[in-house]
Design a binder for this molecule. Sequence first.
Ligand code: HEM
Length: 174
Amino acid sequence: MIMPPRLRKFALATHITLAVGWIGAVAGYIALDVAAATSQDAQTLRAAYLAMELIARYVIVPLAIASLLTGLVMSLGTRWGLFRHYWVLISLLLTITATVVLLVEMETISYFADIAADPKTSSDDLRALGSTLVHSVGGTVVLLVILVLNVYKPRGMTWYGWHKQNEQRKVSQP
Ligand code: HEM
């Protein structure tokens, strides 16, 4: 079903807010992740690991799922379709991959937070915990690739897209 213009604008504003918000939330997370990777101060480390879990669980995961769902609405509710253009298909696959990796990574983030919350954990143990920087920085690069694809919308139709376009031409010019 194609959305009427006003609804499409509203849906697009929602999609952009959630998807670009996801990138912003990860930027905040990276600041804590860098502190977790580099700080020697036990207080800072404890605070960073606990805050990383809160941001990831209550901000980043919901924004990731909401970006995926609103992306589906934008595709299926417009002439872009879900499988017709390579840029939409690649955005879909990259967003699904980023979301799955994030959900798996939540286990590590929760594990770090549990250890940091335990008052018996020593400063040396806290310093040895490590970070999730590879995933947070790598994830940001993937999100920026999706952002650029969505803004530039490079040409390139899938076989299915060509087929659908031809079908529609035949219907409009019998
Ligand atoms: C991190 C994930 C995503 C980001 C950062 C993102 C970002 C954006 C942005 C900034 C726009 C506005 C571009 C413009 O019209 O000038 C947009 C539009 C769009 N996005 Fe996404 N997006 C994401 C995920 C997805 C996914 C997963 C899909 C498809 C399943 C999708 C489908 C679309 C479509 C079809 C439009 C065009 C809507 C229209 O022409 O009205 N997006 N996206």
